[in-house]
Each structure stands twice: as C-alpha cells, then as structure tokens.
Design a protein around this ligand. Structure first.
Ligand SMILES: CC(C)(COP(=O)(O)OP(=O)(O)OC[C@H]1O[C@@H](n2cnc3c(N)ncnc32)[C@H](O)[C@@H]1OP(=O)(O)O)[C@@H](O)C(=O)NCCC(=O)NCCS
Length: 165
C-alpha cells in the first residue's frame, strides 16, 4: 500500500514504526473517543503479526510526515459489521503534536479517493462518538454526511457518517 499526498505518505508497516504506533495507541487523549488506551504488549503483538503476515485486506497503515520522516498517524480502512450490514470504515488517528494542521483531512481524502478509484469501493463510513467534534469536522470536509445514529456492542451510541461513490 502506498498513498502519497503533498505532506504525507501512507505506506506498509515497518519494524521501526512500532514504537511510534504504540505511543499513539497508548495516548489517553488520542484514544479518548476510541475506546481508551490499548495495552502496549497487546499492540506490539498485533503489529508484529502484521509485519510477519502482511496487512489484512482492509487495514490501518502508518502515516509518515514527509518533512520530518516521522510516523504521525495510523490511518486506513477497516471492515466492520454495523447493525447487521458489512461496512468499510475510514479511520484516521493522528499524533497529538500534529493536530490542527489539516493532516487528517489530507490523508482521509486521499484514502477515500484510492478506495473509490483503485479499489472500486462504492461506500465508506465513519463511526464517530458524540463529542468527537474534530473527527466530525474531518468527516464533513471529506464529504461525508451524517446518516443516522447506531447502537454499538456494549450499548454505545455512535454517529454514522457515510460517503457514497
Ligand atoms: C480527529 C483527528 C484525526 C483530527 O486530526 P487533524 O489533523 O487535527 O484534523 P484536521 O486539521 O484535518 O481538521 C480538524 C478540524 O476539526 C476542527 N477541530 C479540532 N478540534 C476541535 C474542537 N475541539 N472543536 C471543534 N472543532 C475542532 C478543526 O478546526 C478543523 O476544522 P476546520 O478545518 O474547519 O477548522 C485528530 O484529532 C485525532 O487523531 N483524534 C484522536 C483520534 C480520533 O478520535 N480519530 C477519529 C476516530 S472516529
């Protein structure tokens, strides 16, 4: 996988990305609306499995800031069952120091473009927890529209944004 934008590069996971990805998914602010911080050992195992087996058909990839060469995010597509239907979710997670520069919008637009053109997908969704205003702004700037609210396992109410080709 390789998606380049003017400032960012999304590419396959490498061993040297793992510390930055673990830092991202153990950050309490970053994961505030995404189920909270994950356990480092669990993350390391999952990333090492990705290195060994390659990515799933729909997966998240490290996002590199071209200017610095550092990992600034973990973004991509995930397949998810939502109220009995199989959907493809557009997921964007950025490191805190990089928030507010338009990075999420830039990479999310490029991922959606790749999904609709190269991969031939017809629809993408974003599941957003109420209160995650920045994420809703990104979804709107990518062209997604609020479709409905859905109940997730565990009884969490989430907003379902969708973009149809
Ligand atoms: C959501 C997230 C990806 C946004 O990344 P980003 O690179 O800062 O996003 P962008 O700069 O492209 O756009 C953010 C937009 O939200 C707005 N915004 C940011 N924080 C906000 C807040 N607290 N209230 C209202 N708007 C806010 C920004 O002003 C901007 O909108 P604008 O361009 O109209 O001004 C980032 O905050 C993040 O990684 N959060 C944690 C992970 C997460 O929740 N991901 C989404 C899962 S559904």
């Amino acid at each position: 996988m390789r998606i380049a934008t003017p400032r960012l590069l999304l590419r396959d996971t490498r061993a040297e990305d793992i510390p930055a990805l673990i830092a991202l998914w153990t950050d309490a602010e970053v994961t505030r609306y995404m189920g909270g911080p994950r356990r480092p050992a669990h993350l390391r195992e999952a990333f090492e499995q990705t290195l060994a087996q390659g990515p799933d058909r729909y997966d998240l990839y490290p996002v590199i800031e071209v200017a610095s060469g550092t990992v600034v995010g973990h973004c991509g597509l995930l397949d998810k069952e939502i109220e009995g239907a199989l959907e493809i979710e557009l997921v964007y997670v950025l490191a805190r120091p990089c928030w507010g520069r338009g990075y999420a919008t830039e990479i999310a637009r490029a991922i959606a473009q790749d999904a609709f053109t190269r991969q031939g997908l017809r629809r993408l969704v974003a599941l957003i927890e109420p209160g995650n205003v920045a994420s809703e702004r990104v979804a709107a700037k990518v062209g997604m529209e609020l479709e409905r609210e859905v109940l997730r396992p565990g009884g969490h109410l989430m907003r379902l944004y969708a973009l149809n080709a």
